[in-house]
Design a protein around this ligand. Structure first.
Ligand SMILES: Cc1cc2nc3c(=O)[nH]c(=O)nc-3n(C[C@H](O)[C@H](O)[C@H](O)COP(=O)(O)O)c2cc1C
Length: 325
């Protein structure tokens, strides 16, 4: 069973992925957050460094693209292939209103004909990379899935990653795992994504009957960075390793961004990872108010020194307001 690390815009940039790779085992592949593509595709400085990072280890990193024009996407794919990227993922899941209004991300699921002509264009001649897709199961209703699945599985995607919610759910409400029983007979590997927060959640999906090549972990592995190791039975991490990971992130971000940006990024990560430590809420509140890097560092040192690793360090989505793209 493959374990993938989901793309999470605002969290899993190259710095985060490098620190996670250095500290934890078990993830078969990391996915970058989406890079938006339109005609005349040019990379921003931030995207450029993300691509350089992924090109360094192209077998462990897939780059995600978001777009709707086949010619622009093909151009981007060819450009990325030239710098060594060999695994590209197409985003059909982003629920954000600004994205769907442009007919991108999950907005494409609303228009089956546009989706087909996008795929026809993309696969009109051989691609220089593996192209996978990450999709939701519909725009408004899971009833859209059988038709959508028929379309998706009729193209030569290298993998199909299914986030089992519809667009209107964003990241809330139940995942419709029942759709896994209506997959077409296919040789395309299927990866399941959605609400896998603990080893038990993962084991339930590994049961016979689910035709899965792997699962993709998102908020669950940000909250508990050793989740893939635990799922694979490689042991529990101990507080010291979690702190080493946290310190590595803090150091790497302090080298690459101003304090304001670092502060926002680390607070976002801790809003998930805080679940690892018993009673972290009061520290998270103080960390959100920290005015300098030194203050942030001292407070986080104290937090890791004083608090114990939680006996249930897994993400609890009820404790968070859902967000994201
Ligand atoms: C903050 C945030 C950012 C996200 N960014 C992306 C993204 O760039 N591309 C994408 O395909 N999905 C993105 N997602 C969706 C996740 O990859 C994943 O599908 C979702 O969190 C459900 O999986 P989970 O229940 O394991 O977290 C994002 C989700 C969140 C919460």
């Amino acid at each position: 069973m493959k374990l993938y690390f989901a793309p999470l815009e605002g969290i899993t940039d190259g710095t985060y992925i490098a620190a996670h790779m250095a500290q934890f085992l078990g993830v078969s592949k990391y996915f970058t957050p989406f890079i938006s593509v339109s005609e005349g595709f040019n990379l921003s400085k931030k995207e450029d460094s993300l691509i350089s990072f992924a090109a360094h280890d192209p077998d462990s990193c897939a780059v995600q693209l978001l777009g709707r024009e086949p010619s622009a996407l093909r151009q981007a794919i060819e450009k990325l292939a030239r710098v060594g990227i060999n695994d590209i993922n197409l985003n059909l899941g982003c629920p954000s209103g600004t994205v769907t209004a442009k007919g991108k991300g999950s907005g494409l699921l609303r228009t089956p004909d546009a989706l087909k002509s996008l795929f026809d264009g993309l696969f009109s001649s051989p691609l220089p990379v593996r192209l996978s897709v990450k999709t939701r199961i519909g725009y408004d209703s899971p009833d859209e899935w059988p038709r959508l699945a028929e379309t998706l599985f009729s193209y030569p995607f290298s993998e199909i990653i299914i986030h089992a919610r519809v667009r209107s759910q964003f990241y809330k409400g139940v995942c419709h795992r029942e759709i896994l029983s209506v997959l077409p007979h296919t040789s395309i590997p299927v990866i399941y994504n959605g609400d896998i927060f603990s080893p038990e959640d993962a084991r339930a999906l590994m049961a016979p009957g689910y035709p899965l090549e792997g699962i993709m972990l998102g908020r669950g592995i940000v909250a508990f960075p050793a989740l893939a190791e635990e799922i694979l039975g490689l042991g529990t991490p101990g507080k010291a390793r979690l702190k080493r990971f946290f310190d590595a992130l803090l150091y790497a971000f302090s080298e690459s961004m101003p304090y304001n940006a670092l502060h926002g990024r680390m607070c976002e990560i801790l809003s998930y990872m805080g679940a690892c430590l018993d009673g972290s809420k009061r520290y998270l509140k103080r960390l959100r108010k920290a005015k300098t890097l030194d203050e942030y560092r001292t407070l986080s040192e104290n937090m890791f020194d004083e608090l114990e690793l939680s006996s249930c360090p897994y993400f609890d989505h009820l404790s968070l307001s859902d967000s994201g793209s």
